[in-house]
Each structure stands twice: as structure tokens, then as C-alpha cells.
Design a protein around this ligand. Structure first.
Ligand code: NDP
Length: 445
């Protein structure tokens, strides 16, 4: 396999999908060497079969808003690869959603799920519906309309969606209700469910906590810890909130949070009480992050900007893809940032990744560092199948073990001759090998 050629060919066949191309471009060169050690892979054209999704569903979603207007949105589910388990991956509701973005996310998800050690294949879905500014009733009607179509493509042993941007406990609950109504069946078809109906303790916290556990493992290799470190966090949603919670618990200082309109910087640090305010603001009031400065006037709000210009020791991007440019990466490095651990999926642009790796600071790609979310989703599936529920301590300790194990695998496959750990390569090779072996064993299907 020649990574460059494969890429060119896939770009030609699937044009106008820049995020999908970007994800392929990040992975293929890093697995090329390992892939070519196995001539049997090339004979089975494993690389194209791994890059091109098994199947994609696209459909129109029609719903009625509170004014009685009939609205249409697009719905998608990308079932990327089920070699090691049922398709598994979140649902994203955001106006920017398109097929290329979901293909990138489903591709990444396949490697990520493989890294978790749990039996889950990769998938992703969503819609260009934006829950922002919508009433509860509108969100419910949209979720129901979306499930009217999606239901025929998912199932507890087929494809198990979860949350992502714009899809939290409220949306999962509405989707679960509709699935149950349509199938007349109570099953573990979605994860991220409410605790009263099959959800797992620690699932809301899992992605953020998992990212900080991964960060801890990286820092440990140089005898460092989170204690006393100044941390920049982007986003103010699920991942950002629980990342902040864990950083605080470990004695770090959280300086920033953001949303798509701007960021807040609190020179005194966002402490537990302030974080509780943000959680209430985002989860209950569904407000905007700029409201923080009305409550805490010593903080500043910077409209239309991202937090990467602020001085800190650690950056934890937790909002969306391509939210750190090459220039911003240079600023972070110049300001002395020692570690970047991704809570979001693909938040660093290719140029930014180059800057981090050339500066030889710790850099963890999302498919390794944010795998805690899907890991606890996997644990939710196990609990649903066994009709049991584990304590928070039990789930948290399993999550901790999984993140340590992912870190160890990255070190195993990603350590370079000078001792620098290329976590991108480590995660890609480790994730790839398991899926590749499973695909080979299952024949040409
Ligand atoms: P939420 O919807 O809960 O929060 C998303 C946050 O990011 C919001 O503050 C949102 O601001 C901001 N954001 C979204 N889009 C943009 C944008 N285009 N530019 C700037 N800010 C933006 O989502 P999650 O916290 O669940 O997801 C955040 C990231 O983490 C995503 O990349 C997701 O794929 C990834 N992830 C999530 C997992 C999970 O378990 N939830 C698991 C693994 C990865 P606004 O309100 O203005 O839109």
C-alpha cells in the first residue's frame, strides 16, 4: 500500500468531503509501515475496505415547529465497520452536519472503539437540525421524526447510537422513547440513557474524566501531574464540563471555557461553585457562556475568539473539529503549553499537530484521549445485556483502567527512537491492527 496513492484515489472518488479526507490523511501514513509488513492485507485490499464505510443511510426528516410550520432536515447514519462488534458511535445535531463530517467521525470511531478493548464496531450519525433556540416540544418532535426513519437501521446487536454535539440526555431520552414505541421492545439500543431506564452511572462524566485520566498518564511519564497546572478548556458542553470537574478535583486551575460565539477567561480560576453555575446555565437554562461574566464580573468575555491565546500549561480542546489552527498552536507552544489532550474529535488541524509534535510536547489525539465516552457506553451495553447496574466506583475504576491501557498501547506502538511518544501513530497502529486481524479472519465480505 502506498498511502499517498490510496488517498488520492479516495479523494477523487469522494470529492467535497474535506473532513473525511483530513481524517484519512492523518491515519494512512502512520499505518503504512505496519500494513506493508503484512502482504496478506494488500491481497485482500484491506485498506479500501477499512476506509470506505460498510453502508450509509440518508433520509429526510420532516417535523412541525411550534408555529405550525413544516420543517425539513437531513438525517444520516454511517455504519463504518462492524468487524469487532455492532456499529457504535454518537448522533450529532448541529447545523454544520453533513455527510463528509459524519464519515470522518465514523472512520475515527472505528479505531477509537478498537482501542477501548471492548467489542464495538464504528459508526456515526446525525442531522443538520440545531437544537439551539428550540423549545422542548420541538426537540421532542424532531427526535421522534428522526427515529421514525432511523429505527429500521439500528438495534441492540446491530447499531447502538449515543450522544454527541447537540445530543445529550434529553435527546437520547426522546429517541429511546420513540424506538420503544415503534418496536414494542425495551432494549439497550441507545447509550447515554437516563439512570432510571438503563443508563450507566459515570456515562455523562466519562469523556471528560477519561481525557483527564489520559492526560495524567502522559504527565506521569515525566514525573508531572495535573496539580497546580493552569488549564485552558474550550467548549462548555458535556465534555468540557466534566473535564473541568476532574481537573479541579486533581488540583488544577481552569482558566477558560467557550461556545461557538466566544470564550470566557477567569483570572481567579473557575472553581467548583462557578462550575456548578456553568452546569446549571448549560444543562438547565440552556444559556450562553457569555452570561458567566454577568455573574462573575472579574472574568472577561471575548466575542468571536477561541481561548488559545491565553497563557497556560495545558490545553484541553473540547468543542469541535478544527478548532486549533497552526497559528494558534504556535502561540500555545510559545506560551509554554506542555500538553494538549483532545476531548473533542479532530480539534487540531494538521498544521497544529505538526507544531505540537515538532515542539515535542505531549499531544494526544481524540481517538485515544476521548475514548472514555464510548468506553462507558460499551459498559452501559454490558449492564443492559446483563440486566444489572454497577456502582459509580466500579464504572469509574473500569474507565480508569481502560484509559491507562490505551495510553500503554500508544506508548508501545508510538515510541520513536529518541524516546518521544508519537501518540497519533501509537493510537492508529494499535487501533488498526485489531480491526485488520478481525477483518482478515472473517473473509472477503
Ligand atoms: P455538546 O453539544 O454538549 O457541547 C459542544 C460544545 O462545543 C458547546 O459549548 C458548543 O457551543 C461548542 N461547539 C460546537 N460546535 C462548535 C463550533 N463549530 N465552533 C465552536 N464551538 C462549538 O457536545 P459534547 O461536549 O458532547 O461534544 C464536544 C466534542 O467532544 C465533539 O467534538 C464531540 O464529537 C466530542 N466527543 C464527545 C463525546 C461524548 O461522549 N459526548 C465522546 C467523544 C468525543 P454552542 O453551544 O455555541 O454550539
Amino acid at each position: 500500500m502506498e498511502a499517498k496513492k490510496v488517498l488520492e484515489d479516495l479523494k477523487r472518488r469522494f470529492p467535497n468531503e474535506p473532513e473525511y479526507h483530513q481524517a484519512l490523511e492523518e491515519v494512512l501514513p502512520t499505518i503504512e509501515e505496519e500494513y506493508n509488513k503484512h502482504p496478506e492485507f494488500e491481497k485482500a485490499n484491506l485498506i479500501e475496505r477499512l476506509c470506505i464505510p460498510d453502508r450509509i443511510y440518508q433520509f429526510r426528516v420532516t417535523w412541525t415547529d411550534d408555529q405550525g410550520q413544516v420543517q425539513t432536515n437531513m438525517g444520516y447514519r454511517v455504519q463504518h465497520n462492524n468487524a469487532i462488534g455492532p456499529y457504535k458511535g454518537g448522533i450529532r445535531f448541529h447545523r454544520s452536519v453533513n455527510l463528509g463530517i459524519l464519515k470522518f467521525l465514523a472512520f475515527e470511531q472505528t479505531f477509537k472503539n478498537s482501542l477501548t478493548t471492548l467489542p464495538m464496531g464504528g459508526g456515526k450519525g446525525g442531522s443538520d437540525f440545531s437544537p439551539r433556540g428550540k423549545s422542548n416540544a420541538e426537540v421532542m418532535r424532531f427526535c421522534q421524526a428522526f427515529l421514525l426513519e432511523l429505527t429500521r437501521h439500528i438495534g441492540p446487536d446491530v447499531d447502538v447510537p449515543a450522544g454527541d454535539i447537540g445530543v445529550g440526555g434529553r435527546e437520547v431520552g426522546y429517541m429511546f422513547g420513540m424506538y420503544k414505541k415503534l418496536t414494542h421492545e425495551f432494549s439497550g439500543v441507545l447509550t447515554g440513557k437516563g439512570l432510571e431506564f438503563g443508563g450507566s452511572l459515570i456515562r455523562p462524566e466519562a469523556t471528560g474524566y477519561g481525557n483527564v485520566y489520559f492526560l495524567q498518564e502522559m504527565l506521569k511519564t515525566k514525573g508531572e501531574s495535573v496539580k497546580g497546572k493552569r488549564v485552558l478548556i474550550s467548549g462548555a458542553g458535556n465534555v468540557a464540563q466534566y473535564t473541568a470537574e476532574k481537573v479541579l478535583e486533581l488540583g488544577g486551575t481552569v482558566l477558560t471555557m467557550s461556545d461557538s460565539d466566544g470564550y470566557i477567561y477567569d483570572p481567579d480560576g473557575i472553581d467548583r461553585e462557578k462550575l456548578d453555575y456553568i452546569m446549571e446555565l448549560k444543562q438547565v437554562m440552556r444559556g450562553r457562556i457569555k452570561e458567566y461574566v454577568d455573574q462573575y464580573p472579574t472574568a472577561k468575555y471575548v466575542e468571536g475568539a477561541r481561548p488559545w491565546g491565553e497563557v497556560a500549561d495545558i490545553a484541553l480542546p473540547s468543542a469541535t473539529q478544527n478548532e486549533i489552527s497552526e497559528e494558534e498552536a504556535k502561540t500555545l507552544v510559545a506560551n509554554g503549553v506542555m500538553a494538549v489532550s483532545e476531548g473533542a474529535n479532530m480539534p487540531s488541524t494538521p498544521g497544529a499537530i505538526r507544531v505540537f509534535q515538532e515542539a515535542k510536547i505531549f499531544y494526544a489525539p481524540g481517538k485515544a484521549s476521548n475514548a472514555g465516552g464510548v468506553s462507558v457506553s460499551g459498559l452501559e451495553m454490558s449492564q443492559n445485556s446483563g440486566r444489572i447496574s454497577w456502582s459509580a466506583e466500579e464504572v469509574d475504576s473500569k474507565l480508569h483502567w481502560i484509559m491507562e491501557n490505551i495510553h500503554a498501547n500508544c506508548v508501545k506502538y508510538g515510541t520513536e527512537p529518541d524516546g518521544y511518544v508519537n501518540y497519533v501513530k501509537g493510537a492508529n497502529v494499535a487501533g488498526f491492527m485489531k480491526v485488520a486481524k478481525a477483518m482478515m479472519a472473517q473473509g472477503i465480505v
